[in-house]
Design a protein around this ligand. Structure first.
Ligand SMILES: C[S@@+](CC[C@H](N)C(=O)[O-])C[C@H]1O[C@@H](n2cnc3c(N)ncnc32)[C@H](O)[C@@H]1O
Length: 268
């Protein structure tokens, strides 16, 4: 691989501010893959941006208004369960398409899941988007640590401000799951609507993730419609893909189906 060409492609990609906040490691992996296909620098820049759009930008086309949200956050009581803070969370989650489409079911989903598992102390929310703002709907009375990881540095910075302001023991960090699978020892790992995204970059990532995660509980979900709103047999497709991934492991699986989202709880 020609290092100079790779650097030129990376710089070309981040010239557009839409891609500046994304984890540089992910940009590098995608750019290198595109160059390895024999593409010109110009074409590699275009294809890298297209892939980054698919896995990230498509969920926040207008970007997350972090300055505005942070200002609003500072005016709120330091209690995530306060009605004003819940309202803030619900409004803020509209800025990321994945949490926006979960809003009608957020309460039921987390009620259903948390009523099936023992007390959770440590949560690892992988490719979290704005999902940590749903903490008030999770039953976490003895939370010791909530780790949140995503590729967008501005969004992650805002999540850290949310944790700090609400005095939630949380750490939000930028990370690329394709590069390294986090090793934090959590009781519950959230992998919500993330597998299809990661598979756009690394085909075998789902099996690696599910095998390497040491947590006793993993909550996995899939969208049941595309971002454009079409179902196209997605629930059937993802259900059989998920069962294939778990085959032969002896894990206990529970399943819920909500409008827009198919949810599986793995107990290892
Ligand atoms: C479909 S959204 C799901 C967000 C969140 N889990 C939820 O359900 O609300 C996919 C998320 O994955 C993030 N993402 C994409 N590729 C990633 C990667 N390689 N490593 C970590 N996060 C990634 C995106 O920024 C986006 O927030």
């Amino acid at each position: 691989m020609d290092d100079a060409a790779l650097e030129q492609v990376i710089q070309g990609v981040i010239k557009n501010p839409d891609y500046k906040m994304i984890d540089p490691g992910l940009i590098k992996v995608i750019a290198a893959t595109e160059l390895a296909k024999g593409r010109s620098n110009r074409e590699a820049i275009k294809q890298t941006r297209a892939k980054l759009h698919q896995v990230g930008k498509a969920y926040q086309e207008k970007g997350i208004p972090v300055s505005l949200l942070t200002k609003q956050l500072q005016q709120l009581p330091r209690d995530p369960f306060h009605p004003d803070c819940r309202q803030f969370s619900l409004e803020a989650m509209r800025h990321h398409r994945s949490t926006a489409e979960r809003l009608p079911i957020v309460e039921n989903l987390y009620h259903d899941v948390f009523s099936r598992i023992p007390t959770i102390h440590r949560v690892l929310d992988l490719a979290c988007g704005l999902n940590p703002l749903s903490i008030p709907w999770m039953n976490l009375p003895a939370l010791q640590q909530y780790w949140a990881i995503d590729i967008y540095s501005d969004m992650v910075g805002f999540l850290q401000s949310y944790f700090d302001h609400m005095r939630i023991p949380g750490t939000a960090t930028v990370g690329n799951l394709v590069d390294a699978i986090p090793e934090q020892h959590a009781d519950l790992v959230l992998l919500l609507k993330t597998i299809p995204c990661l598979e756009q970059v690394e085909k075998n990532i789902a099996r690696q993730l599910l095998d390497k995660i040491t947590a006793p509980f993993i909550l996995v979900s899939y969208p049941s419609k595309s971002l454009g709103g079409r179902a196209k047999g997605m629930p059937e497709f993802y259900t059989s893909q998920f069962h294939r991934l778990c085959e032969g492991n002896g894990w206990i699986i529970r399943q819920w189906s909500y409008p827009n989202e198919l949810v599986f709880l793995i107990e290892k």
